[in-house]
Design a protein around this ligand. Structure first.
Ligand code: E4P
Ligand code: PEP
Length: 352
């Protein structure tokens, strides 16, 4: 063969470390593993309607500075303890960003924020952070976007998301059917909730799925199906958190034979990308909860240490604790939000 017909549009960058090697470098302790198993069981019970507490997925839009993320985790931990009677708090630790067109795609692929794609460094930083947050004692939520990255970190994840741009993707549904944690599917960016309900159904059953194994060898797996898929309403062309949208979504879930409850994302289409609107969404959701309705089993919010977001500019120092993707609530608002959610959730438990 002298004429090359493929790999015409790629340039070799590096070999990637095997998942088993990364796990050796950053192992999970037995106590942290037990805590992850316990957190997954708690979240599963909420998804199944057996635990009346509110699932709260909260944290930065994306991780770009692991020190700031750990700082956030240490602030969140006492609140997780304080409100554990009414909230199951899980920290958002997102390393992979699906972009509408282009942009920084997250710490794993581009840890230096400079387009040099030092993926081995990104994987090491990501796994170390997950181990550190697990040692703090917090359960972790992440989005599974890439088909390979999960093998490096999924053992540390208590709750997974499939994003609005990939809910309709067959391979993501297959991946969700293989994941050991509960998985939420976002509605589409245009607001289509049927694709998320279809995704929950698709992920419930067994599939044939190609993935690297822990040693990095491409492997064909038969997945067992994930019984803990659920829908996340994130808004679309219009927000979809109010009572009428919740009723439509839960009826569609019921008609499909699924548990009629949803997670509401306060951000994204529901906040129309204005971070402080998350607090207005929260007020509406808490009012719904106070009627005793169990239609909303969980919420998601984007929060960090500093408010808003910032652009990455070469040579310019980044503000510590401030998002470089979607704008986030600051820590003070986060504390107030969690206190209010805890009150609304305990009011709801009292009625139920
Ligand atoms: O959650 C983050 C963003 O909403 C998502 O990655 C899309 O971002 P973009 O529209 O800025 O590309
Ligand atoms: C990208 C995200 O959300 P969505 O898929 O809803 O846009 C996210 O939660 O980070």
């Amino acid at each position: 063969m002298t004429i090359k017909t493929d790999e015409l549009r790629t340039t070799y960058i590096d070999q990637v470390i095997a998942p088993s090697q990364l796990v050796k470098e950053f192992p999970l302790s037995d106590s942290a593993a037990q805590q992850i198993i316990n957190s997954r069981r708690e979240i599963e019970a909420i998804i199944a309607g057996k635990d009346k507490r509110l699932l709260v997925i909260i944290g930065p839009c994306s991780i770009h500075d692991t020190n700031a993320a750990l700082d956030y985790a240490r602030r969140l931990k006492p609140l997780q303890e304080r409100y554990k009677g009414s909230l199951v708090i899980v920290m958002r630790v997102y390393f992979e960003k699906p972009r509408t067109i282009v942009g920084w795609k997250g710490l794993i692929s581009d840890p230096d924020l400079n387009g040099k794609y030092q993926a081995n460094k990104g994987l090491r930083l990501a796994r170390k952070l997950l181990v550190d947050i697990s040692e703090v004692g917090l359960p972790i939520a992440t989005e599974f976007l890439d088909m390979v990255n999960g093998q490096y970190i999924a053992d540390l994840i208590s709750w997974g998301a499939i994003g609005a741009r990939t809910t309709e993707s067959q391979v993501h549904r297959e991946m969700a059917s293989a994941l050991s944690c509960p998985v939420g599917f976002k509605n589409g960016t245009d607001g289509n909730i049927k694709i998320a309900i279809d995704a929950v159904r698709a992920a419930q059953v067994s599939h044939i799925f190609y993935s690297p194994d822990k040693d990095g060898f491409m492997t064909v797996y038969q997945t067992h199906g994930n019984p803990f898929g659920h829908v996340i309403l994130r808004g679309g062309k219009e927000p979809n958190y109010d009572k009428s949208h919740i009723n439509v979504a839960t009826k569609a879930l019921s008609d499909a034979g699924l548990t009629p409850s949803v997670v509401v994302d306060f951000s994204h289409g529901n906040s129309q990308k204005r971070h402080t609107n998350q607090l207005l969404v929260a007020d509406n959701v808490m009012a719904q909860m106070r009627t005793g309705s169990m239609q909303i089993s969980g919420i998601m919010a984007e929060s960090f240490i500093e408010e808003g977001n910032q652009a990455v500019v070469a040579g310019k120092q980044l503000v510590y604790g401030k998002s470089i993707t979607d704008a986030c609530l600051h820590w003070q608002d986060t504390e107030k939000l969690l206190a209010n959610l805890a009150q609304a959730a305990s009011d709801r438990i009292a009625i139920a």
